[in-house]
Design a protein around this ligand. Sequence first.
Ligand code: UD1
Ligand code: CA
Length: 468
Amino acid sequence: MGATALILAAGEGTRMRSSLPKVAHRILGVPMVQHVVEAARAAGCERIVVVTGHGAETVEALLDGVECARQDRQLGTGHAVMCAREALGAITGSLVVLSGDTPLITAETIRSLVAERDRHGAGAAVLTAVMDDPTGYGRIVRDEEGDIAAIVEQKDCDNAHIAIREVNTGTYCFDAEALLGDLDRLTTDNAQGEFYLTDMVAHLRDESRSVIPVPAHDASEALGVNTRVHLAEAAKAMQRRINERHMLAGVTMTDPLLVWIGPHVELGRDVIIEPMTTVLGESRVGDDVHLGPNTRVTDSQIADGAVIDASILVGADVGPGAVVGPVAYLRPGAVLAANAKAGTCVEIKSSTVGEGSKVPHLSYIGDATIGRKVNVGAGTITCNYDGFAKHRTVIEDGAFVGSDTMLVAPVRIGEGSVTAAASAISRDVPPGALGIERTEQRTVDGWTARRRAAIQGTGEHDSEREGE
Ligand code: UD1
Ligand code: CA
């Protein structure tokens, strides 16, 4: 497309009442300003310049592959563009100006804004929206031809302007040379004492350049986030947009209002997602996967046919046909091979569970390599940390780890070997051997009857009255 994008993101966002700069607030796991950057990139903008100021270090750290220009004092949207002049250099053609607090803007809309300005040879094209409640937005004043004569900010509105429901969305495509050439004509002669970018309308028209409105198809694209109430509205709109895309591509959501999918997540066909499920970050889910209910997946890979029930996955890799949960916690580096299982109340981190191996109940597996067809008994724990350093546990193919085994790492359980239940295994068990560490059981014959007689003799406990 060849256009350059300029994203204004230096404002504090006082009404957010936050120590975080406004544009750093996240929607479905992605900072608002990043949503805008991604829309510009998807629209084909070759260069993207972001104006940062309030909390600049925080905002710049969130961004990749963009240029940043600093606006040290926030003297208005027009001033923000002035601060980017040096970074932009001598550019010609289309300059798309976007707000970092308008996260629902889409690539298609940016493209159509550029195309409309081109088609009309206009000085600028402004994305407008008709709002039931236009409070807070700049009002669009049209001339007899239907072009934009002026944009009047809320605080500068008279009674006639206040009634106008068509508003400026803060998304524009300018003729770059005309904008940058005329920028110094802006003044602070207005209710807020700021340099308004919106005043460029008048200056462009002075030079006989037209300013055309491009109405938004979907008013939600115009949603500018100024408060946490707006943030929640934007999140709701984005959730709906993303969920509809996935449902139309073959994903079942039993209640899409209770499913949150991040914008970068890939979902296969015939995935079923139950309520109270969140999939965020760079997660990829294969075909025929069943997710939820009550599941949280972040930055994880889940292969075809896996089942994840009421579990938390962070940086995990789940193989095809694997079963997770209920209530499993797979932490970074947890890798389940095909048809493996991490069952009820099982926590796994930095460990591989081999093909067909099962960790079905109440276990902690950390820093372990588990081979194929291994059964890890209920309550087994890898004691991977000795208070000083972490150590590895290796369990070879076909081993059977008895219930409640403590595997004191570093330790190796050989192929086809067995550990006896309740053993604390701190030495390697060779292939095919039994590892047992347990005091011998003592059996006291007739103990129960003697105990009962002793209790009744002292009246300590009256079993006759138990049922009352
Ligand atoms: C602006 C528009 C208004 C429009 C609305 C749409 C102006 C004068 N008004 O108003 O017509 O209806 O957006 O949401 O442009 N920013 C800077 N530096 C500054 C000031 C702002 O970078 O000195 C950035 C902010 O971070 C924000 C964007 O520009 O991302 C918009 O600023 P904001 O103060 O929210 O403008 P509005 O009052 O909403
Ligand atoms: Ca705003």
